[in-house]
Design a protein around this ligand. Structure first.
Ligand code: ATP
Ligand code: LTN
Length: 334
């Protein structure tokens, strides 16, 4: 892919910290596919971020390739878009170090994700977990990204990235492009099927709470049948019906309808019919992604070609920013 000067740049990443969920797809990847023609797009698999919590090495390796394969199976096209693995471009860790020196302890302490994850992994509150947002800032600023398409939970990190960029640019003018979070119009928050007050999360202990992109059809059907609803049996969105509202949102996205159309379709019908219809629609939406991913994972040579070419292109762009940063801060040129 050649960067088109007329187009703005989009960058985002997913951590290979587990198996991707329907939430990741509807909140992130599905929205990215439609951006590829209008923006210079760069999408990476953030394996350096993933090790801020303990990973089993063989699983991390497998999950990293699986995320890359899922990017492609979801419709990200390596001919149009740069796809790569974060650790293959050393500049991410290099810039993160420099940005650490321009980021305040107090700023990092305020990050909600740090507070959540340090509570959940109280036995391993490591320095990487704390400085995670400066690595994310490096991911974004290295490519002079204009937009960062993410779910609502990541907006705070993008705001911090802006503060770091601003501070840096005040000291060293015209170093970084000021990035902005880009929220998809739909699917920004898919909720857990078991506790609709929580977001659907791949790290949830209850496997019935999430749908994985690679789940078998019978598992998807079972999880929808068990999804938490309420006792009044009406298929309408309401604040006191978070479970049903979440299912209506998912079904609407899976069948390309508005939530109003879904409510009309199921007027007078019961939860049993609705849950079956949700399961079937999601099975059909995910079928090509699951089958495509399985095929790609059998073709490791192709995946290797994609991530090697992606890393080469990314490294070229990253190097330009690193040279500029080194010059600005007073590092002697090599
Ligand atoms: P975890 O589930 O372990 O907390 P995560 O899925 O939130 O991790 P990532 O895999 O890095 O973390 O997220 C990738 C992208 O998917 C991010 O842009 C995030 O905002 C989005 N995302 C994750 N979960 C959801 C969800 N339930 N609804 C909408 N978007 C989501
Ligand atoms: N922090 C994000 C993943 C991530 C990211 C990024 C997103 C790492 N680097 C750069 C956007 C841009 C997460 O946990 N979902």
């Amino acid at each position: 892919m050649i960067m088109d000067k007329e187009k703005k740049t989009m960058l985002s990443c997913v951590q290979p910290s587990g198996k991707l969920t329907l939430g990741n797809y509807l909140g992130a990847m599905r929205n990215w596919v439609g951006l590829q023609d209008d923006y210079n797009c760069i999408f990476s698999v953030a394996n350096e971020h993933a090790i801020t919590v303990r990973q089993v090495p063989a699983e991390l390796r497998r999950n990293t390739l699986e995320v890359l394969a899922q990017y492609i199976a979801c419709g990200l096209d390596p001919q149009k878009t740069i796809l790569f693995i974060q650790s293959h471009v050393a500049a991410h860790a290099e810039l993160a170090w420099i940005l650490n020196c321009y980021t305040m302890f107090g700023e990092l302490s305020r990050m909600t994700q740090f507070k959540d994850k340090s509570a959940r992994h109280a036995d391993n509150v490591n320095a990487g977990l704390f400085t995670y947002p400066t690595l994310m800032a490096a991911d974004i600023l290295l490519y002079q990204a204009d937009y960062v398409p993410v779910g609502i939970d990541q907006v705070q990190h993008v705001e911090l990235t802006r503060n770091i960029a601003q501070r840096f640019n005040n000291l060293f003018p015209n170093t970084f492009t000021m990035p902005e979070a880009y929220l998809g119009k739909v699917g920004a928050k898919v909720m857990s099927l078991q506790d609709p007050a929580k977001k659907m999360s791949k790290s949830d202990d209850n496997t019935n709470s999430f749908i994985l992109l690679l789940d078998k059809p019978e598992d998807i059907m079972r999880k929808f049948k068990r999804a938490v609803t309420d006792s009044d049996n009406r298929i309408v969105r309401a604040e006191d019906k978070p479970g049903v509202s979440n299912l209506i949102g998912i079904y609407a996205l899976a069948t390309n309808q508005t939530p109003e159309q879904v409510e009309a379709e199921f007027e007078g019908k019961g939860y049993g019919d609705f849950k079956t219809a949700c399961g079937e629609a999601v099975v059909e939406m995910l079928r090509p992604i699951r089958e495509g991913t399985e095929d790609l994972l059998k073709n490791k040579d192709y995946l290797e070609q994609v991530y090697k070419e992606g890393a080469q292109q990314a490294a070229y762009l990253a190097r330009k920013t690193m040279d500029k940063v080194h010059r600005k801060i007073g590092f002697v040129a090599k």
